[in-house]
Design a binder for this molecule. Structure first.
Ligand code: AMP
Length: 116
């Protein structure tokens, strides 16, 4: 399931350090190295998928687990009540840098909206 040379697979396997904030059978979540908000967590499926375009019907449950994990993580991070944003960058035009599906959970301040 893990892909050689994938940095997020290595984090999931605890082969390289991260500030892990949540883990279950399906999903791991850790602090972004370069946070853009007071709370900036990356939520990743443990299964390696390079982009959302690689997901198939067989990943339906996994994709749902990510959303449910986001809500739990938001609660743990203290942003559930005030609100948070979940962002997925898919591919070049969206600025995806790491080719392992990940969702940015942002919160802890009033977020602007500028997809420029
Ligand atoms: P994206 O542009 O959506 O692909 O976002 C990739 C994110 O991964 C960026 O926000 C980076 O700061 C973050 N990142 C890259 N390497 C690491 C790492 N080793 N630990 C935590 N976050 C990372």
């Amino acid at each position: 399931m893990a892909e050689q040379d994938c940095i997020f697979c290595k984090i999931i396997q605890h082969d390289i350090p991260s500030e892990m904030v949540y883990e279950d059978e399906w999903v791991a979540a850790f602090k972004d190295l370069a946070p853009v908000a007071p709370v900036h967590i990356l939520i990743v499926p443990k299964k390696h998928l390079s982009t959302l375009n690689d997901a198939t019907e067989s990943d339906t449950l996994l994709l749902g687990k990510i959303q449910l994990a986001a809500s739990k993580i938001a609660e743990r991070q203290g942003v559930k009540e005030n609100g948070y944003r979940l962002i997925h960058n898919c591919g070049k035009d969206a600025g995806q840098e790491v080719m392992h599906v990940h969702y940015h959970l942002l919160g802890g301040k009033t977020l602007g909206w500028s997809p420029d």
